[in-house]
Design a protein around this ligand. Structure first.
Ligand code: ADP
Ligand code: CDP
Length: 208
């Protein structure tokens, strides 16, 4: 049917891996909202913009439209023929993204693109269950301790675990405004679970 499943949570809690697994189990796409914030950040950084200023960034995004491709195996973001995806998970983008995501004009730019998508899909990010898809019938919120998350992410970044943990804690703090769990979300601590177990917990909770 027209099902929307939302999976929100803190940085590196497993949202995109879990959303991809749930989506594959259901045979539907998933949508990574964070990739759009990351792509806007990369575009602004490459253009040499002050990331605190909304108007020049939105003008840049209008001139260089980004396209989110919600592939089940992994979402991609395109700038024309250029695939930005391999450049979106750098520590430089990690450092800049929260300042970009804090701006209401940027959030509207992301939200409009997400709301234009046709369900069914799994949407992951920070505010999918609260702000973008409050009507979704199935909502989840992933957590794990900063150390666990840093250890997982250290397999995907060149920095050491302590530096990654400090950066995650700082980003969580900058993201708190948009990161509250929806009142009707099921909160899952992924710390003691494997990726497969988290996916199973979610698929077993879904309405028929
Ligand atoms: P996010 O989208 O929240 O940043 P990711 O999906 O990128 O998180 O997950 C970060 C890493 O944690 C991935 O490499 C993922 O495979 C790994 N991971 C390990 N164990 C788990 C688990 N129990 N739940 C979710 N992710 C896990
Ligand atoms: O999981 P991780 O935090 O590493 O990355 P992400 O989900 O790609 O999100 C990157 C950043 O985008 C977050 O730190 C937030 O600043 C922002 N974001 C947001 O504000 N709202 C969303 N729905 C998704 C991401």
């Amino acid at each position: 049917g027209r099902m929307i499943v939302t999976i929100d949570g803190v940085a590196a809690s497993g949202k995109s891996s879990v959303a991809s697994g749930v989506a594959r189990a259901l045979g539907i796409p998933y949508v990574s909202s964070g990739l759009l914030y990351r792509a806007a950040t990369l575009l602004g950084q490459e253009a040499g913009l002050d990331l605190n200023m909304t108007a020049p960034l939105l003008a840049c995004l209008r001139e260089h439209p980004l396209r989110l491709e919600p592939l089940a195996a992994g979402n991609r973001v395109w700038l024309g023929q250029r695939d930005l995806t391999p450049d979106l998970h750098s520590s430089a983008v990690d450092r800049g993204v929260s300042v970009v995501a804090a701006q209401p004009g940027v959030r509207t730019w992301v939200d409009d693109q997400l709301r234009a998508l046709t369900p069914p899909f799994v949407a992951e990010g920070r505010d999918m269950g609260t702000n973008v898809f409050p009507q979704a019938p199935a909502k989840f919120y992933l957590t794990a301790s900063p150390r666990v998350r840093a250890e997982r992410r250290s397999r995907e970044r060149p920095e050491d675990v302590a530096a990654i943990e400090a950066a995650l804690i700082q980003r969580d703090a900058l993201d708190t405004t948009q990161s509250a769990p929806a009142p009707d979300a099921r909160v899952i601590d992924t710390g003691p679970l494997t990726l497969e177990q988290v996916i199973t917990v979610i698929t077993q909770q879904l309405p028929a």
